[in-house]
Design a protein around this ligand. Structure first.
Ligand SMILES: [Fe+2]
Ligand SMILES: [Fe+2]
Length: 276
């Protein structure tokens, strides 16, 4: 297969008990049903809050299985808890080994690689950064080896959190938005040693498409919701959607889609679901 198509969805925030964001997932599901990609990658925050209700992950798995399309997933902070980060940030529910294991019981390994169409696709568990968990070091060692073994083929990395806003070294702002500062340099060094063409993330609930060197950084729009500027500073495009990719040996085409039928839940809905 010389080319293959992939749809990235992210931040679906699904829950049987809190179904407020399900209609937007159904819009994405319809698009996937029509376009029939070869692969779906879900870049995390599958659940509304799996650290409170493990059924949110089960419901998310049922939703992903209903797409009848091969898929891979990686966890987000609402799936396995968040990681400590810059400025001594300690999340209210930190990522833990047991939460990651629960996630893996539904979705398989929290990090993975897949060779397809001449590319190596890599999924990372962003919640391990600065976590202190043994599997954080294991993931980094595995990543270095996997990139070494990519042996010149182009690589696409999927990770819940963006690597950076503009630079590897920049003033820390919201501590939980990006890969923590202390983890960026070793991660960037590993990525820069290979031919990483794409670094695709979610988490921010804003769409953005920018470059660092030869790597295209794609912030996939969230399926579930965007946040008002009063809650979250605007960096990219605050619309709901999904991202389509066409991979070929020569490169990757990227197209973001922003279906008008995806609703934009009011802040009152966000407050109700998340008590913010
Ligand atoms: Fe999210
Ligand atoms: Fe997130």
């Amino acid at each position: 297969m010389d080319t293959f198509t992939l749809i990235q969805i992210t931040d679906t925030h699904l829950s049987r008990e809190r179904p407020e964001f399900l209609p937007n997932f159904e819009v994405a599901a319809n698009i996937i049903g029509q376009t029939k990609p070869d692969l779906i990658v879900h870049t995390g925050d599958i659940a509304v809050e799996a650290t409170l209700r493990s059924d949110d992950l089960l419901f998310g798995k049922e939703a992903m299985d209903s797409l009848n399309t091969p898929y891979r997933a990686i966890p987000g902070n609402h799936d396995v808890g968040d990681n400590p980060s810059d400025n001594n940030y300690m999340p209210p529910t930190p990522v833990s080994e047991s939460l990651v294991q629960t996630y893996e019981s539904h979705f398989g390994p929290d990090h993975w690689s897949l060779d397809q169409g001449g590319w190596r696709l890599i999924g990372l568990n962003a919640q391990l950064f600065s976590s202190g968990l043994a599997r954080a070091d294991q993931q980094h060692d595995w990543l270095v080896q996997s990139l070494e073994e990519s042996a010149g083929r182009p690589v696409a990395v999927f990770c819940h959190k963006p690597l950076l806003r503009d630079h590897i070294e920049e003033a820390a702002e919201v501590p939980y938005r990006y890969v923590p500062m202390v983890d960026r340099a070793p991660l960037a060094a590993a990525l820069d040693a290979a031919d990483v063409r794409l670094f695709a993330c979610g988490h921010v609930h804003q769409a953005r498409d920018h470059w660092r060197g030869n790597t295209r950084h794609v912030w996939c729009p969230a399926t579930a919701f965007t946040m008002p500027d009063s809650i979250q500073p605007r960096v990219g495009d605050k619309r709901c959607g999904l991202t389509s990719y066409r991979f070929s040996p020569n490169g990757v085409q990227v197209e973001m889609q922003f279906p008008q039928t995806m609703s934009h839940p009011e802040v009152g809905v966000l407050r109700k679901v998340y008590a913010i």
